[in-house]
Design a protein around this ligand. Structure first.
Ligand code: DGL
Length: 250
């Protein structure tokens, strides 16, 4: 059985957790929500690296065999540093699903919703550079999306208004594919899809991240599947939002 540590700036990473338990149902999980320091999107890389170290130590102290950085912003800002400082620990990170979007678009225009930290990260910029000659890549920060999810507001007039303000500019470019480049955003996918319309494809990268985690565990020879399943939720701040979103996905 593997002990899988997962962290995010808040409850967004639960969108990755719910995909992980589908492919790895008989493991021990520790999920850490750093909601006392959320959002990360506008924070400095140094700040996020400091938080990443603290959380990595917290998860290793609880026996983590692998750490899933279920946060695009933390991946962009900190995963290279964490890998260098913890060379024996396998880390799995996130990045916006530009490749499947670019390969699948029919209009030749894709829209990327993410945080400012992700959009300025070298990992994303390198991937964007591979496809921007072939497709038009429109970007927009999901302004207020993280705050909505952290408050447990996943639909309704307020969610529609906040989502529309960031989504509409992408739709106006002719995007027929919307990439959810932040792990909080899949919890707003109902509103996003409704506002975008059924002809627009919305991509959540979480299933691919779950498959990559299986691959890394196999590569490292870490035994899995022997159970029993357990999950422990941890948060640096008020656990209410984390517990609420968790209650929606179990
Ligand atoms: N959910 C995280 C991400 O995927 C971070 C969002 C934030 O705290 O700004 O980027």
């Amino acid at each position: 059985m593997a002990t899988i540590g997962i962290f995010d700036s808040g409850c967004g990473g639960l969108s990755v957790y719910r995909e992980l338990v589908k492919v790895l149902p008989r493991e021990q999980y520790h999920y850490f929500s750093d909601n006392a320091h959320c959002p990360y999107g506008e924070k400095s890389a140094l700040y996020i690296q400091r938080r990443g170290r603290f959380i990595t130590e917290f998860l290793l102290d609880r026996g983590a065999d692998i750490i899933v950085v279920a946060c695009n912003t933390a991946t962009a800002a900190a995963i290279a540093t964490l890998r260098a400082e913890y060379p024996d620990v396998p880390f799995v990170g996130m990045e916006p699903a530009v490749k499947p979007a670019a390969l699948g678009t029919r209009s030749g225009v894709i829209g990327v919703l993410a945080t400012a930290g992700t959009l300025k990260g070298s990992k994303y910029l390198n991937t964007r550079g591979l496809y921007e000659d072939d497709v038009t890549i429109a970007e927009h920060v999901g302004q207020g999306f993280v705050e909505l999810v952290e408050k447990g507001i996943l639909d309704g007039p307020e969610a529609e208004s906040v989502v529309r303000a960031s989504l509409q500019p992408l739709l106006e470019t002719g995007a027929d594919t919307i990439v959810l480049g932040c792990t909080h955003y899949p919890f707003l996918q109902g509103v996003i899809q409704r506002l975008a319309g059924p002809s627009v494809r919305v991509i959540d990268p979480a299933p691919a991240v779950a498959r990559q985690t299986v691959h890394v565990l196999e590569q490292r020879g870490i035994p899995t599947g022997t159970g029993p399943f357990s999950v422990k939720l941890h948060s640096s701040g008020d656990p209410a939002a984390l517990n609420y979103i968790f209650s929606l996905i179990i």
